[in-house]
Structure formats: structure tokens, C-alpha cells
Design a binder for this molecule. Sequence first.
Ligand SMILES: [Fe+2]
Length: 180
Amino acid sequence: MTSVVDQTLTGTAEVLRSLRGIWDEEAVDELDHALQSAARAIEDGADDELVLAAALHDLGHSPLFDDHAYTHHDMAARTWLTPRFGERVGWLAGAHVAAKRYLAATQPDYCDGLSGTSVVSLQAQGGAGVDADFVDHPWWVDAVRLRRYDDGAKDPAAQGATIEDVLAIAERVIRQQENR
Ligand SMILES: [Fe+2]
């Protein structure tokens, strides 16, 4: 019989693989973007939950989900991740749009480094702004870290993690949840 852990890991692998050939950005497809986001997080010494949230923050762009998930992809990530990997993974992935709006409002040169796609989507996401719910949240600093990994994960020549790396981290996060 398949365990809940196995089902979650199988589902996570399906979501990641479904991002191959999905082009939201111009330079990398969504799978490379996910795997590079994870790699940037690992290089930064991020904990497993933050690495996993970085890897899966754009899962709403997967063709496995509907148009509503695509349009509200931050909330789609939170909704999908929270029951599987806990509140923190879900919140961190779901906060990557709020973190972009925060950085755009508070870091003068932030928008200069954004991809063209990200500049356009920022307007649709409400533009630069500091959300009180965001900066009052205990995990907001980690959400800003995730955003930096996200923004740094659009280089076609950059090394990414592997799907197997992400699944190993996902399994550790599930085991940590079980031990709480
Ligand atoms: Fe992203």
C-alpha cells in the first residue's frame, strides 16, 4: 500500500516535471526556474523548508492546475503546499509576490534587476507596496530571501538542483513535520 509520504513525494515529482517546457520567463522554463531557485537557496544556507518553498513557489504555473491557479499563483502555491509540507512552507511560497512588492517599494534599484516578465507582472500584482500583513509576519525576512533566490533563478547558464535533490528535501520536511 502506498503511504501518504510516498503519495506526497510522487505528487511533488509530477508537479515539478509538469513545469518542463512551460515558459513564463523568457530565459528559462519553469522547471529550470524551480531547480535554480532551490540551488540558490541551498548555496545561501537556507533551511530545508525555505529551500522547498523556493523550489515550488511557482507551482501554480503548472498545467496540472487551472487558469485561476495561474492568475493567483502565489495563493495556489500556498494552498497546495500547506497541507503537504506545513504552514511555513506554504506561507513562504505564497508570500513571493508580497515580497516582490515590498522590495520594489523599499529598495531603489530592485526593479532594475527584475526580468521583463517580472516588471510587467508587478503592475498586475498591485505595483510596489508594503503590505502590513507581510512585514508583521514572523517569517517575512525568509520570504524576502526566497524572493532573491527567485529573481536569481532566471539564468540559462546557471546550475540548478535536481528533481531528486528537491524530493530528498521534501521527504526530510515531511519527517520533521511528523516529529513535531
Ligand atoms: Fe518565480
